[in-house]
Design a protein around this ligand. Structure first.
Ligand code: TYD
Length: 146
């Protein structure tokens, strides 16, 4: 995985004696001894109804940490830091893409039924966004040189 990103894998709960009863997937945030989500969750949002030809994202965050879970359908995520880039397919509700600070991301090829759930470490603040790629490239060079 590229710098400041990782895949999180979650344990699902199923009852072998009740195969038709489906699946339950619990997530605990930081604050318990073995959290599934490595930060405190202050905000949740979800993206759905995105046409296949559309791309979203095109930004990075100075401080925010996020976990992206495709709870239904599938979506591709392009993640990038200076000198490294990767394409992640999210198509499993039991996996999340963790994205830390200063990672450029774009989301695309949403399936018609895709629901992308995002868990975020901070409240919404527009000043935490970097939406200009040239500004990102300049800031990121310095950030990752540290
Ligand atoms: P934006 O983060 O630009 O979406 P994406 O990166 O998926 O293309 O957000 C779209 C709009 O929604 C923008 O006007 C800001 C607003 N918004 C909030 O009000 N609260 C939030 O938590 C988020 C993520 C966005």
């Amino acid at each position: 995985m590229i710098t400041n990103t990782s895949m999180l894998r979650f344990q699902v709960r199923r009852d072998s004696e009740r195969p038709d009863a489906g699946t339950l997937l619990p997530l605990e945030a930081a604050g318990v001894s073995s959290p599934q989500i490595p930060f405190e969750i202050k905000r949740i949002y979800y993206i759905y109804g995105v046409k296949a030809a559309e791309r979203r994202g095109f930004h990075a965050h100075y401080d925010l940490e996020q976990a992206l879970i495709c709870v239904h359908g599938s979506v591709k995520i392009h993640i990038e830091v200076p000198g490294e880039e990767q394409e992640i397919v999210l198509d499993d509700p039991a996996k999340a893409l963790y994205i830390g600070p200063m990672v450029w991301r774009e989301m695309y090829e949403f399936s018609p039924d895709a629901v992308l759930l995002v868990l975020a470490s901070e409240h919404y603040t527009e000043t935490d966004y970097i939406r200009d790629k040239a500004v990102y490239d300049e800031n990121a060079k310095n950030y990752f040189r540290k």
